[in-house]
Design a protein around this ligand. Sequence first.
Ligand code: DGT
Ligand code: MG
Length: 371
Amino acid sequence: FPKTDLAKLDHTARFSCARASPLTCLNQGLCNELDVMRRLRELEGEERSALSYRRAVASIKSYPRKLSLSDHAEIHRLPYIGAKIFKMVEEYLDTGKIGEVEAARKSERFTSLQLFASVYGIGPSTARDLYARGLRSVRDLEAFYEVEGPLEVGAVETDAGAQGVDMDIKIALGLRQELALPIPRVEVEMIHRVIMDELEVVQPGCVSTIVGGYRRGKTASNDVDIVFTHPDGTKTVGLCTKLVKRLHERGLVTHVMHLSSFHAHNALRTHHWDSLEKSLTVFRPPSPDATRRRVDLIFALPQTYWTAVVGWTGSTMFERDLRSAAKAQGMKFDSSGITRRHDSKVFYPRTEKEVFDIFGLPWIDPSLRNA
Ligand code: DGT
Ligand code: MG
């Protein structure tokens, strides 16, 4: 890895992918409070407002000193801190809390929406719909989706296509408590090893990187994300399906939430973000009583391996700005490739740093991509 040159980075850069964003910043308490507002707006379907909060949080994340009330001018100089959020920042620095956030925390609606949306497959609009139907608690949800106790292995076929969204929600609801438990780093590494051992049987010689929050240094993750490839590109096609089949046969994968195959980089987009072959699974570690875990397996061709690694390392805000920074350069970025817009020339970076170089961005270490 090259080292990130912190002295050369501008903490007021417009794009968060050009700034250093540590996992925990010097003003983390303030960020956490504003992030509640972001979540609230997101759950209410107020996307623009949610994005404003997300940008403000990311802006404060990159600020290299602890803020205090006397830092007026400094706060004004930070990008994405408008009049309304500026007031909230002041309120926080003055009193240690924000009235609107306190109110949100106490509201039944916010609590229920948050709970509903914590179930994999339930997004903000479904959550609001369920709330409007009078649902409030997990019990209500279980009754609504007719879940009877935790689902057993094999209760559901691992054929994602045939199930539909409601079945996904039913599975996720049955596994809700298990899947809500954070995954410590050592377990992420163990799961990765187990999967690599199985993959070696299906197709020897693959390489992989654990991505997502783990790669950004999170001490515990909500799921495990792994990007794979094989030096011989022809060997990666169809490999995701083969691996999942093997893992299922070995009792290591109990459910598949989503399975998709390659399509061309510029092909019509589905609601998923990229055209990589991927499988979103429920994984059961090979020890008795092990907690089941969400594991995402992503397969890239060797030439798109590094865009896949960058695209799946996150954070969400970092990725969003990376796409914007690419666009500003007349390029298009997603996990499955980089294309120059005016002539559709496709770029295949051979290292992770080259992805940043192509967009004229400074190198940002994964541990500093927590925008
Ligand atoms: P967590 O909650 O501990 O798992 O935290 P993260 O940051 O690992 O979040 P996660 O697993 O939802 O996503 C990992 C990164 O991958 C995140 O920056 C966004 C990106 N990502 C998530 N879903 C998709 C997808 O369907 N397509 C692409 N291209 N990227 C995705
Ligand atoms: Mg993750």
